[in-house]
Design a binder for this molecule. Structure first.
Ligand code: FES
Ligand SMILES: [Fe+2]
Length: 385
């Protein structure tokens, strides 16, 4: 975050702090419960957002060397992401072109060639089909050049590997983010970040609840009273910014109170605030004082009331990564105590109760990011608010 932006944001925070106010949406908003429980709505989200927009599937630091790969399954599509010999990154549908079993079975590793376990067809790192055992007898008419792995549009930007799950589609992450947000992420030096860990969660609630949990500060001192609630300024002090479909909410740490009467250009926002970016549609990026959290959430492939979330912790640089192991373990414990035990427990109760809930839930004026996220989804999925 460059100095000019820090100063601009700090002066807004200072003004709100003096007045005891925060950024508000113009009005309250209703949210149909159907958006969390209707399989048709989830299908539209998949078709209009999640399969056509860039999604985060890996962090570049997970695959530093040529031949390094990771595999994952996103909304039922098995994906293998491979570092190429020229250090670029490609992603493929992780299915063998012979009879379609999953090609690479390991979650990560390094390969010179990818060899299918079933009948030993082999593929190059760039997806080209290299050998078919006993081809003369079995596949005399098969053109190997036509049976490479199915490539997915892929781009590495800000250190993150983005993929569009539609083969043949285009990808332009900078264009998707827009010039201003793209520059802001660059100013954080995000491309230097190094992933410390990744965890995957299979949750019993709609994919949007994972993201909802990050989109308002209203619940912090109540739901998180026993964990992180005391770390924030009260009354709630939060900013809301948007770039098209994407947003930033800036939460304010208690430590802001110590610097609140300084000139805004003397305030180091990185230590007194928590910027929470929604990189639409399915990624949340949070700066936590000295490290990043990167969250993704996608619908479960077959059950729209379930979802698969992934949490990544990232150090801002390799030097910071080498800091004490205990620090990372402590960060992780705090995160799980708040997100898993508190946010997701609340989300799970909402999902379970939806059948008995009224047709609409309510989003307050003090939940502008939440409003924006759902209004944007509804615009794409054929409804207006
Ligand atoms: S399915 Fe892969 S070689 Fe047969
Ligand atoms: Fe929370």
């Amino acid at each position: 975050m460059d100095r000019a932006l820090q100063t601009a944001v700090a002066s807004r925070l200072s003004r709100h702090y003096q007045a005891g106010t925060q950024d508000l949406a113009p009005a309250e908003m209703t949210q149909p419960t159907a958006h969390y429980r209707d399989p048709v709505y989830t299908e539209r989200e998949r078709d209009r957002l999640l399969r056509v927009m860039p999604l985060v599937v890996a962090h570049g630091s997970e695959l530093p060397d040529p031949g390094d790969f990771i595999t994952d399954t996103i909304m039922g599509t098995p994906v293998v992401v491979v570092r190429q010999s020229d250090h670029s990154v490609k992603a493929f549908v992780n299915l063998c072109r012979h009879r379609g079993t999953q090609l690479e079975w390991d979650p990560k590793g390094n390969r010179r060639l990818f060899r299918c376990a079933y009948h030993a067809w082999t593929y190059e790192r760039d997806g080209a089909l290299r050998t078919i055992p006993l081809q003369q007898q079995g596949f005399p008419c098969t053109e190997r050049g036509e049976l490479g792995l199915i490539e997915l549009p892929t781009e590495e930007r800000h250190g993150i590997v983005w993929v569009v799950l539609t083969p043949g589609a285009s990808i332009d992450v900078a264009g998707h983010l827009g010039a201003e947000l793209d520059a802001e992420l660059a100013s954080w030096g995000l491309h230097n970040a190094v992933q410390e860990r990744i965890e995957r969660f299979d949750n019993d609630f709609n994919w949007k609840f994972t993201i909802d949990g990050f989109l308002e500060g209203y619940h912090l001192r109540y739901l998180h009273a026993k964990t992180i609630g005391a770390y924030f300024v009260t009354p709630d002090l939060a900013l809301f910014d948007q770039w098209g479909v994407h947003t930033r909410m800036t939460l304010t740490r208690k430590s802001f109170e110590v610097v609140a009467d300084r000139e805004p250009d003397q305030i180091d926002l990185r230590t007194v605030s928590i910027p929470v970016y929604v990189l639409f549609p399915a990624t949340v990026l949070v700066w936590q004082n000295d490290h990043w959290e990167l969250w993704t959430s996608f619908p479960h492939p077959t059950d729209h009331t379930r979802s698969i979330a992934r949490a990544r912790l990232m150090a801002p640089s390799r030097d910071c990564l080498e800091a004490e192991r205990a620090l990372w373990d402590k960060n992780w414990r705090i995160l799980m105590d708040t997100v898993e035990q508190e946010d997701w427990r609340a989300a799970s109760y909402i999902q379970r109760g939806l059948a008995a809930a009224p047709a609409e839930l309510l989003f307050g004026r003090n939940e502008p990011c939440l409003q924006h996220f759902h209004r944007t989804i509804a615009q794409f999925c054929g409804e207006q608010h």
